[in-house]
Design a protein around this ligand. Sequence first.
Ligand code: GLY
Length: 300
Amino acid sequence: MPDPVIIATWPFGMTAVRKGLALLEAGKAALDAAILGAQAVEDDPEVGSVGYGGIANAVGVVQLDACVMDGKTLGCGGVAGVENVRHVAALARRVMEETPHVLLVGEGARLFALEQGFRLDTLHTPESIAEWEKSRPRAGREGRDLAPEGTFPSDSHDTVTVLALDQTGSLAGVCTTSGLAHKRHGRVGDSPLIGAGLYVDDHAGAGGGTGVGEEIVRVCGSMVLVEAMRAGKSPQEACELAIARVNAAAVRRGVHPARVAFIALDPKGRTGAACTKGAKFEYAVGRKGKSELHTARETG
Ligand code: GLY
């Protein structure tokens, strides 16, 4: 069996990797490690794009998106546009395990959280309110927003996507985010969508995305890269292929370069990562008791 491995997006993914690696090395399942790792980021008020302290949307409300997938069974679950629930990755797991469904949204997801015993909470911190006030869309002379509809928080990072391989050789993944800052109320990105922000299959590999969700959804980015691994590509080649697909779509729409990155992990424990030009994407990898930050290759 391979050594356990865990990979996560962005420098704040290091928190998830450290926590998850300890669990994997203690023999825990990939899904438990990925979710508990992601949850440590959801709990961190200093991460302004995930969970507690996530940046609010255009009307000042924090709406979270998340999904999980188990590579052994292809079991998956997601929640989108959820308010007042901090641990949305764990909530997505409940959707997977406790309902016959794959995706719950908005008020339905919040009611399900209550039914499942999750606590309702404010997701704002004094810092996230100040950040929103500083950068929020302001009305122009004709009442139109002057700011673009959806940007990233000022630290330029967004989703934490975590992929894990456990000691039994099984893969799992998690995405969790507050999405684009100032996004339209009700806007949903790639992160809760299986095949877009995340896809995991023990018979092929695990892939996940971060960046402008619309560009990832448009090409079913994570599905593309997992299918590339199924066809024999390495995780690195698969990520570069998915980025090439995003770039081609962005050129056709006149928005090149899009701002997107992907990570991948295969059943042998090999990892890969790639991003669009200028995305300056860093990711964390943990294996053999060590966690390291890497910089992804930019693909034009
Ligand atoms: N990738 C996060 C989002 O677009 O919402």
